[in-house]
Design a protein around this ligand. Sequence first.
Ligand SMILES: [Fe+2]
Ligand SMILES: [Fe+2]
Length: 143
Amino acid sequence: MINFDDVPKVALEFMNTDHEEATKITNTLQTLIGAADNGQTNPQAISNTLEKLLIHCREHFSREEVQMQKINFPPYPVHQGEHQCVLNEMEQVLENWRKSEDLVALKRHAFETLPKWFIGHIESMDSITALFIVRCGGPFESE
Ligand SMILES: [Fe+2]
Ligand SMILES: [Fe+2]
């Protein structure tokens, strides 16, 4: 389980709210995997949760990207590139799970790869981006 208290906070509240939501969905996923480890696999619930996380991340990332575009944030392509990269990976993980229900691979993703990426991304890209947006007078209304 990821404790939200351990997730770094950034200078923009809407981003912290998104990070809390991503933490909650990841924890649900980890709980379902834990149950599967105890012989109570619910493949459909796991698929649904992976899908929910993917949809959340698409929206969460796009909210950050809109703010970056408003201020012509110079490292936008790098930040956006990291988002795209992890979305591709999450789509792949969902597809593989539906195809093979490989619990070992899913476990690695949900307990290692994803949380590590998430924390690292917030510490670097999201923290700097949030500070920059605040310094430019944001967050800005999106029309
Ligand atoms: Fe974020
Ligand atoms: Fe981000």
